[in-house]
Design a protein around this ligand. Structure first.
Ligand code: SF4
Length: 350
């Protein structure tokens, strides 16, 4: 079996660099734990060190400028940061440059500069496609800006990433779902989904303290994000992040909102449960179901803390979930007394 080659990120945080103002939810210093953007010399040193120490299981490493509005950084400073990465172009371990920025800081001229400096992937902070939500959260751009910028990025042949948030002030699960559908229609290569987390000293913290804003809870968020995840993946769009990383004490700093260190796992488990429920209901067979899954999907199928298993057993007492070798689909359902096609043992869950 050929071993999967992984690709690493060399994150370079430029907290709030280029941001024209502070959005209602944002504290990049709290999220990234970085107080200031590195100098170009520091960027070069960071990349050199990261590439030299790249573990063999990683084929390449990509430099990722995150945490600010990269293309709104004063032009000379932005170019100096891009220059700092140029010595590595041509190195077989160097996977290119990724940047994240605001949709209203994209135009033909800036894209030409990014192309000249070897940028391959551009992520746009869309957050919502509803102007009312964008305005209420101080974004300073419109849904139309997102559509226009995404079109330009794709036209120029960059890899397009879109970031969205759920649970923002003045939004609703239905609006977040529609935003997801609208973003999918822009055909991004990748998506990141960030449920809102409330950090101290932000506008959202003030609104939450005054009672004007109540962020959605974990169950509601998992339900919505699982649907979004399924919808994007059905369309061949990779969801490369679900929820903030639990680095730099994010959990301790958060005042409210939906933060869970294993949010992605919770959502994948929920998605698996919904697909299993749909299949079991559609088959409507007599007998006790036995669900066979490939070993890599066993914990997803059982759900965190075996919550899926518990839920399924409420409807089908005695149901088991079992890892079996040679299962090609995500799951296979047998019913007690049905002839077993897989009888090679395996890890039984529950
Ligand atoms: S959300 Fe983006 S544009 Fe807004 S303050 Fe944060 S980094 Fe800047």
């Amino acid at each position: 079996m050929t071993e999967k080659v992984l690709h690493a990120n060399i994150p370079v945080f430029v907290p709030h660099k280029g941001c024209p103002h502070r959005c209602s939810f944002c504290d990049q210093r709290a999220i990234s734990g970085t107080q200031r953007a590195p100098s170009p010399g520091e960027v070069t040193a960071l990349c050199r060190e990261a590439l030299a120490g790249l573990p063999p299981r990683f084929g390449t490493a990509e430099i990722a400028f995150f945490g600010g509005s990269f293309t709104a950084i004063p032009r000379e400073e932005m170019i100096a940061l891009l220059e700092a990465a140029q010595p590595f172009r041509g190195d077989p371990r160097f996977g290119g440059i990724r940047i994240s920025t605001r949709p209203d800081a994209i135009d033909g001229e800036i894209l030409q500069i990014l192309e000249n400096y070897g940028v391959q992937a551009i992520e746009l902070g869309a957050q919502s496609l509803y102007n009312r939500v964008l305005e209420a959260n101080g974004r300073g751009h419109t849904g139309e800006d997102v559509r226009r910028a995404a079109g330009l990025v794709r036209e120029k042949g960059f890899s397009l990433g879109l970031q969205m948030m759920t649970g923002l002030y003045q939004s609703s699960p239905e609006m977040d779902w529609n935003t997801g559908l609208g973003l999918a229609a822009l055909e991004p290569d990748t998506v990141r989904i960030y449920p809102t987390v409330v950090f101290p000293w932000t506008e959202l913290a003030r609104r939450m303290e005054s009672g004007e804003y109540q962020p959605p809870g974990l169950d509601e968020t998992v339900e919505l994000c699982a649907r979004l995840l399924g919808m994007f993946e059905e369309r061949g769009i990779r969801v490369i992040r679900l929820g903030l990383h639990n680095e730099n004490g994010t959990a301790q700093r958060a005042l409210g909102g939906c933060f869970h260190p294993a949010l992605g796992e919770l959502c994948r488990g929920r998605l698996f449960l919904e697909r299993l429920l749909r299949r079991l209901e559609a088959e409507g067979k007599e007998g006790t179901p036995e669900v066979l899954v490939p070993p890599r999907l066993l914990s997803q199928a059982a759900g965190q803390g075996k919550r899926n298993l518990a839920e399924l057993r409420r409807r089908w007492p005695g149901l088991t979930i079992r890892a079996g070798a040679g299962i090609e689909e995500d799951f296979l359902i047998l019913y007690r007394n049905e002839e077993r096609k897989d009888d090679q043992g395996g890890v039984v869950c529950g």
